[in-house]
Design a protein around this ligand. Structure first.
Ligand code: ZN
Ligand code: ZN
Length: 349
């Protein structure tokens, strides 16, 4: 079968013919419906190497694709209660499965990471950019009759903003609250919709691409352009009080600086973009009792909730489809920034 393989550090992935996998006990074989191309894949194959501690969990070669969906094709030994043909999302992270973090479905923060063999499906373990993939039955989240192709990005582009927003829910409860979404790519567009669906906050959004701003405005966000006076204009919208919850899906120095410039007293800033921007912090640099945190992906329970929002029509995914033969092109377009929403590879198109 065809698969998009990450074969060596600092090297672009390659489209290869590999053997169709066999599900191990406790796993299923999924016929892949869709697999999203993510910026973190690009970081892995362009920027990472042995010098980073995380790289131990991402050893090439493996098949990319950590946000995937598919139809059950075959059951591994001991798997019951799953019907062949049913559509599922694959929850990507795979921890030890039995520590405190994994027990609450938070494999992302597994306490036994030091001895785990890989980080996730599509990150160290073979992922969904292939015709077929194996998934532990614990990682399957049912999609019912929802379109599994358009649903694929829910597993990361939906799950990551959902987890970040749920973590900040305490500052968004009550009337007259404001949330700011910085960066309106795959994750930011979903964040705008999730904020509308599960909080009563006024959503402000910013990006330097006009078409992304337009789409966010259509979804009810108040959009603010970048450039001179941006922070002042955002504060003005909040009546001068500042933003209660800021979600930075970029994470470069200027976006973190913007977050600090607009956050309210007792507000919350979450950095979900992994651009690794650095800022200095001191007592006077942020409003009193404001918090600055990061977040990584989400829990299995969160993915059930994201899938429920999708199935209820509360969030939609902006998807540009690519065939398996165009998979490498999907990454090229992602790198040049010319994909609106998420690039999804559809192996059985
Ligand atoms: Zn990702
Ligand atoms: Zn664990």
């Amino acid at each position: 079968m065809k698969a998009v393989r990450f074969e060596a550090w600092h090297t672009a992935p390659a489209l290869r013919d590999i053997d169709k996998p066999t599900p191990a006990p406790g796993e299923v074989l999924l016929k892949v419906a869709g697999a999203g191309a993510c910026h973190s894949d690009v970081s892995v194959f362009q920027d990472y190497d042995e010098s980073l501690p995380i790289s131990r969990l991402l050893q090439p070669p493996f098949t990319l694709g950590h946000e995937s969906s598919g139809w059950v094709e075959e059951l591994g030994e001991g798997v019951e209660g799953i019907a062949v043909g049913d559509a599922y999302l694959a929850y990507g992270p795979i921890g030890c499965g039995h520590c405190r973090a994994c027990s609450r479905g938070q494999d992302t923060y597994c306490e036994n990471q030091a001895t785990n063999p890989y980080a996730a499906i599509g990150l160290g373990r073979d992922g969904g950019m292939a015709e077929y993939m194996t998934v532990p039955v614990r990682n399957l989240v049912p999609l019912g009759d929802a379109d599994p192709v358009a649903a694929a990005p829910l597993a990361d582009a939906g799950l990551t903003p959902y987890h970040a927003i749920k973590n900040s829910a305490h500052v968004l409860v009550g009337g007259g609250k404001y949330a700011l979404v910085i960066g309106l790519g795959g994750l930011g567009q979903v964040a705008v919709q999730i904020l509308q669906a599960i909080t009563g906050a006024t959503v402000i959004a910013t990006d330097n691409k006009a078409d992304a701003m337009e789409l966010a405005a259509k979804r009810g966000a108040v959009t603010v352009e970048g450039g001179e006076g941006q922070a002042e204009r955002i504060r003005e919208i909040t009546g001068g009080r500042g933003v209660d919850a800021v979600f930075d899906f970029v994470g470069v120095k200027p976006t973190i600086e913007l977050s600090r410039a607009v956050v309210a007293v007792q507000g919350a800033i979450t950095i979900a973009g992994i651009a690794n921007g650095t800022v200095e912090w001191n007592f006077m640099s942020t409003p009193y009792e404001s918090t600055l945190t990061n977040t990584y992906w989400g829990t299995i329970e969160d993915l059930y909730e994201v899938a429920a929002l999708y199935r209820a029509g509360k969030i939609e995914m902006d998807v540009t489809r690519f065939t398996m033969g165009q998979a490498l092109e999907a990454y090229d377009k992602l790198i040049e920034g010319s994909v609106l929403g998420r690039a999804v590879v559809v192996p059985h198109a």
